[in-house]
Design a protein around this ligand. Structure first.
Ligand SMILES: Cc1cc2nc3c(=O)[nH]c(=O)nc-3n(C[C@H](O)[C@H](O)[C@H](O)COP(=O)(O)O)c2cc1C
Length: 482
């Protein structure tokens, strides 16, 4: 900024001189008495050309040092691949800590890194999670489709890798491990052995911070997690009385009096569930927007069968829907989940979800209404129309008011043949293609088991693999899965 201002001042000064000389020339005829008559115009032209050349050279120099800087030893790339925001949040904290220690850091989503940047980078930290069945987060698949195939070897790259995962899945840190092997195969050198984090494992994260400290010669400031704040449960309502499905509750929480909470549709909340052996953390999609003044959750009571055959409520959902009482406080913190934020422009949005996946979609619909973006198509699936049409009145009112273009309610148990959201997509294949041609983005929210793969298969059928890949690369196909 500073430099472009001084360049502009120089350019203005230069123009002033030329103008002044031209005026002199017009008024006095021959201002340059030391040159032969008639040569003044040549002198002016020479001055103009030289000045222009100097300006160009300065502009070129302005860019050159930056590129040289990119090469410098201490520029560090912190890249992340995240599905639900944890890797992204860690990348941000890592980058902040290193910047505070005086290093030049570039932080970026893996999907936004181009070939040039990766080839120029000497040191990088990668923080990547695994989703699906050992899969890469959606945004990272764009990197592998677009950048990875064209990359030369990365022999001069040194890197550290933090892989986030959950051991209860079959392919623990599946993507992190594959990404590590891919880097090795390209000739990149690891700065330290890959660190794998099982469900936020504190010891593994401490190892990461130790390695970060080693990279920062002056040491880094302690990196506590963003602080927890005590919110108050103001309301809890059963939404599916009489349903054959497990009870689903609408919860409303108010922030502490002195807190102005900020979040966007698509963000999540981490809740500290107190227990005998210490607290555990559970995460939920936020179902409201800050303008609502309250944080809304849609929580399904989970049941776990114990080894002795008895049935127990899930730790998080049991506490939130039964133990916790209205008026009591809940320790929580909001987590940004950029990969499920709404489109930046007013393109149409197709929102597909089932069960409690409606929470995040509802937040989007409310945000879109606030933004005056009304081209929204909601496709929501549950079991029975009589009991499971969560938020029906509110959503139908938005539809009637024109804030939602179209709603498809799909109830699987109301018809002899079970019908799911993916079937509805196939039924409306033409309409779907029309919306996509009009630039629509697809947002899917719901369970990994059944719905999300089912919707993916239907989209593949209707739109084709390359179109779906393109949508993914353009961030027009986003998923919030659990
Ligand atoms: C739908 C879903 C599928 C997952 N699949 C895997 C998996 O196959 N292997 C694994 O190690 N972790 C798996 N996880 C756990 C995530 O990797 C872990 O929660 C991680 O911290 C999420 O980081 P993120 O928020 O940056 O995406 C899965 C999580 C979800 C919600």
């Amino acid at each position: 900024m500073q430099r472009s201002v001084s360049l502009a001042v120089k350019a203005a000064f230069f123009l002033l001189i030329i103008t002044a000389a031209s005026v002199l020339l017009l008024v006095q005829g021959e201002p340059f008495y030391w040159v032969p008559p008639g040569a003044s115009r040549c002198v002016l032209a020479a001055v103009a050309v030289t000045g222009y050349g100097v300006l160009c050279a300065r502009a070129y120099q302005r860019h050159r040092p930056r590129r040289a800087h990119m090469r410098s030893e201490d520029l560090l790339l912190v890249a992340y691949a995240s599905q639900t925001g944890q890797a992204e949040a860690l990348a941000e904290r890592t980058a902040d800590a290193l910047r505070a220690a005086g290093l030049s850091v570039q932080q970026a989503a893996l999907a936004d890194i181009d070939r040039h940047t990766l080839v120029m980078t000497r040191r990088a930290l990668f923080i990547v999670s695994t989703t699906g069945e050992g899969d890469a987060p959606d945004t990272a698949s764009a990197f592998f489709a677009r950048v990875a195939p064209a990359l030369p070897r990365l022999d001069s790259l040194e890197y550290g890798l933090l892989a986030l995962g959950d051991r209860s899945y079959r392919h623990f840190c599946g993507f992190g491990r594959r990404f590590d092997s891919w880097l090795q195969a390209r000739g990149a050198q690891s700065l330290f052995p890959r660190i794998e984090v099982d469900r936020g494992d504190v010891a593994a994260l401490a190892r990461w911070w130790h390695q970060i400290e080693v990279l920062a010669p002056t040491g880094i400031a302690a990196q506590p997690n963003p602080t927890w704040t005590a919110w108050t449960l103001l309301e809890r309502r059963l939404l599916n009385d009489g349903s054959i499905g497990r009870p689903a509750f609408h919860l409303e929480l108010a922030p502490p009096l002195d807190e102005v909470a900020h979040w966007r549709a698509g963000d999540l909340v981490e809740i500290r569930i107190p227990g005998n052996g210490g607290s555990i953390v559970r995460e939920y999609s936020i179902g409201s927007i800050p303008a609502d003044g309250r944080l809304h959750l849609l929580v399904r009571q989970m049941c776990l069968r114990q080894p002795d055959g008895s049935v127990q409520l899930g730790v998080g959902s049991g506490w939130l829907t039964r133990t916790l009482e209205v008026g009591q406080s809940v320790e929580l913190r909001i987590r940004r989940n950029k990969s499920f934020h709404g489109p930046a422009d007013d393109r149409p949005m197709i929102l597909i979800g089932n069960g409690t996946g409606l929470a995040g979609l509802r937040a989007h619909l409310r945000e879109r209404q606030m933004q005056g973006r009304y081209r929204n198509w909601l496709i929501f699936g549950e079991r029975q129309a009589a009991h499971d049409a969560f938020y029906r009145d509110e959503l139908e009112a938005m539809h009637a008011a024109g804030a939602i273009t179209r709603i498809d309610w799909v109830f699987s148990r109301d018809t002899p043949r079970r019908c799911y959201v993916q079937d509805r997509l196939r039924e409306h294949a033409d309409l779907l293609r029309e919306w996509i041609e009009a630039g629509a983005a697809i947002y899917v929210s719901g369970s990994q088991k059944g719905m999300v793969p089912g919707v993916n298969a239907a989209l593949l059928e209707v739109l084709g693999a390359s179109a779906l890949e393109r949508l993914n690369a353009e961030a027009r196909y986003r998923r919030d899965v659990y």
